[in-house]
Design a protein. Structure first.
Length: 293
């Protein structure tokens, strides 16, 4: 009998949930950056072993600072995911537990005992500081186990996978053995473009930026993609385009290379920038951009 189940990855923003998912899957399917709100929708990553299939769900970081429609949608995504999963991984930073972490824990159903994943332990100097923190967290009766690791390293992952597999129900596999995600290439292309916005513009660009795919067409082995970057005002549009279009060109070049790695083929990518004021607080606009409200 095989084991199969859904594993939610939750935590406050910027604790490394997407990095953890990508490392577990062995391929980049969830975008990463140092900015909060990088992950905005649920992303599934599928890992299949001979006797078990793990369906990981990377959720947006639970938002406590902003109350617009986008953030409310992100929080609903987290809470709805928690209602129907077999295992919950709660990810926190090593040596850090604050009110935002407690708020995430408080929103996990009381009947669920999550596994606490303490990430970024490789950054703890000196290492002697780690043991007292682990012991303190282990006292929290809500957690079924406490697992220290670094999401960027391999050595700690076997123990995590074993802990998860012990908790998966007996069930047939939900996906083919070679599936890595249920997200389509159109969705992932938009995400990879948005990632480069965050990475190349840093603090220049506020959170209110979105990418919509206007056209995704396969011409033989060439993937032809037309996409629009949606921003909140003309000033943001100028930031994205840059002097003589240099920023937009750099965003397109780096995103194209990421998409080519994903699709294992050539990509022709064209980008435009459009102003749509207040889109992050406009439920109609969010629905048009693909958010489930």
């Amino acid at each position: 009998m095989t084991h199969c189940g859904t594993v939610a990855i939750v935590g406050r923003p910027n604790v490394g949930k997407s990095t953890l998912l990508n490392h577990l899957v062995g391929q980049k399917i969830s975008i990463t950056s140092r900015k909060p709100q990088t992950t905005r929708t649920r992303i599934k990553g599928i890992v299949t072993h001979p006797e078990a299939q793990f369906v990981f769900v990377d959720t947006p970081g639970y938002q406590t600072r902003y109350g617009n429609a986008l953030n409310r949608a992100m929080n609903r995504s987290v809470l709805s995911t928690l209602q129907d999963v077999d295992v919950v991984l709660m990810v926190i930073d090593a040596l850090r537990w604050n009110i935002a972490d407690q708020q995430v824990l408080d929103r996990i159903p009381k009947a669920v005992r999550p596994l606490l994943v303490i990430n970024k332990v490789d950054q703890v100097k000196p290492r002697t500081l780690l043991l007292p923190f682990l012991q303190e967290r282990a006292k929290e009766l809500r957690f079924d186990a406490v697992i220290p690791l670094s999401a960027k390293q391999d050595k700690d992952f076997d123990g995590l996978m074993q802990e998860i597999q012990r908790r998966l129900p007996e069930a047939p596999f939900m996906y083919d053995a070679d599936d890595l995600t249920d997200s389509n290439e159109r969705f992932l292309a938009a995400e990879f473009i948005r990632e480069q916005l965050f990475r190349l513009l840093g603090e220049e660009l506020p959170y209110a930026a979105m990418v919509q795919i206007d056209q995704y067409r396969l011409e033989g082995r060439l993937h032809r993609i037309h996409a629009t970057i949606v921003v909140d005002n003309d000033n943001q549009k100028a930031i994205v385009i840059g002097h003589q279009g240099e920023k937009l060109k750099a965003i397109g070049t780096k995103a194209r290379k990421e998409i080519e790695t994903l699709v294992q083929g050539k990509v022709h990518l064209e980008l435009w920038v459009k102003v749509r004021g207040g889109w992050a607080d406009d439920e109609r606009a969010l629905r048009q951009l693909g958010y489930d409200l």
